[in-house]
Design a protein around this ligand. Structure first.
Ligand SMILES: [Mn+2]
Length: 328
């Protein structure tokens, strides 16, 4: 990995033009907030920019693109770029369909994942940053580019969403310092946090209602499991975003150490998403099945097994795991 510093990143960007900024597939607030804030900053110093993303931008993030002069078609760049920059992309795979075209042509990756694979020619990684948006904030300050109200909203969005509204373990004093600075610059924390964390679509709640019907407890109430069968996905036309709050709902139940969400992806694959509090380690349990992730959130996939076979395999592992914990 050819790692560079913030100062070197600033120098490179100042010397470049016709820059294509790429977000990761299934875009979230951080990858979109950092892309839009970076583009706003670069346009302020006269650069021409374009933006692409492999998947559609969810409607709730539309405000990030307000008053931006770039093309509204994010499925192809409006010009042949001279330089390519990814934001919040840990692996070329996460570029989705753009991997084929640009996967080995990325000039600069700006990322906060310690696991960044070094797919870009140059990489500025800062793993202690809670969000890529923290890094873009520091970069714009370094480049002495003014952060206007909309840019502040973009950056605040990424920081707030990647920290789960300043609740996840990755939240640091620095995170709060930067968020405070962004509020001074006009970021509307109330509006952003309400829309990101306190609002669900009706479809989302109706889906959650159906999924919660399947809730079961195991291991003396220390394991909670919910199931999302293909039939539910088909009959209700559920969107991926309607399901995103479900994994953490299992962990929020008092006494539950391990929350498990099982989703039947297709006829031959079941995906498990685990959530754990302080006392258990999701990644350790998922690791047993060839998956991975973090202590608090991890996943693994099961092939050619039914939902109930998957459930039993996981519960057996949880039983073993919890016995180990009890010994300590
Ligand atoms: Mn991120």
């Amino acid at each position: 990995v050819n790692k560079i510093t913030k100062t070197q990143t600033a120098e490179l960007l100042k010397s470049w033009d016709n820059i294509l900024v790429i977000s990761h597939a299934s875009p979230d607030g951080d990858t979109l907030g950092s892309a839009t804030a970076l583009i706003r900053g670069l346009e302020k110093i006269g650069k021409t920019c374009a933006f692409v993303c492999s998947d559609p931008v969810p409607e709730k993030f539309a405000y990030l693109f307000e008053k931006l002069s770039i093309s509204k078609d994010f499925t192809m760049p409006k010009f042949a770029p001279d330089k390519i920059v990814t934001v919040d992309v840990a692996d070329a795979k996460l570029m989705g369909k753009f991997r084929e075209i640009y996967g080995d042509k990325v000039d600069l990756a700006i990322d906060h994942h310690a696991t960044n694979t070094g797919f870009a020619d140059k990489t500025w990684v800062k793993a202690e940053s809670s969000a890529a948006c923290e890094m873009i904030y520091e970069l714009l300050v370094e480049m002495e580019i003014e952060i206007d109200k909309i840019t502040a909203d973009c950056l605040f969005t990424g920081i707030s969403t990647d920290t789960g509204c300043f609740k996840h373990r990755n939240t640091t004093a620095k995170t709060h310092e930067i968020a405070a600075a962004l509020m001074e610059m006009g970021a509307d924390s109330f509006k952003i946090n309400t829309s990101m964390f306190d609002t669900k679509t009706r479809e989302q709640v109706l889906t959650e209602q159906k999924v919660m019907n399947s809730l079961e407890f195991f291991c003396d109430g220390r394991v909670a499991v919910v199931e999302i069968p293909q039939s539910l996905i088909k009959e209700t036309g559920v969107l991926e975003s309607d399901l995103e709050a479900i994994p953490s709902m299992t962990r929020q139940i008092e006494g539950v150490l391990i929350g498990i969400t099982l989703k039947e992806k297709n006829e031959s694959e079941v995906k498990a998403s685990l959530r754990t509090g302080d006392l258990a380690d999701s990644s350790e349990i998922c690791g047993k099945f060839g998956g991975g992730g973090h202590q608090g959130a991890a996943g693994c996939a099961f092939y050619n097994m039914s939902l109930s076979e998957t459930k039993h395999a996981l519960i057996e592992e949880c039983e073993r795991y919890l016995k180990e914990i009890d010994k300590q």
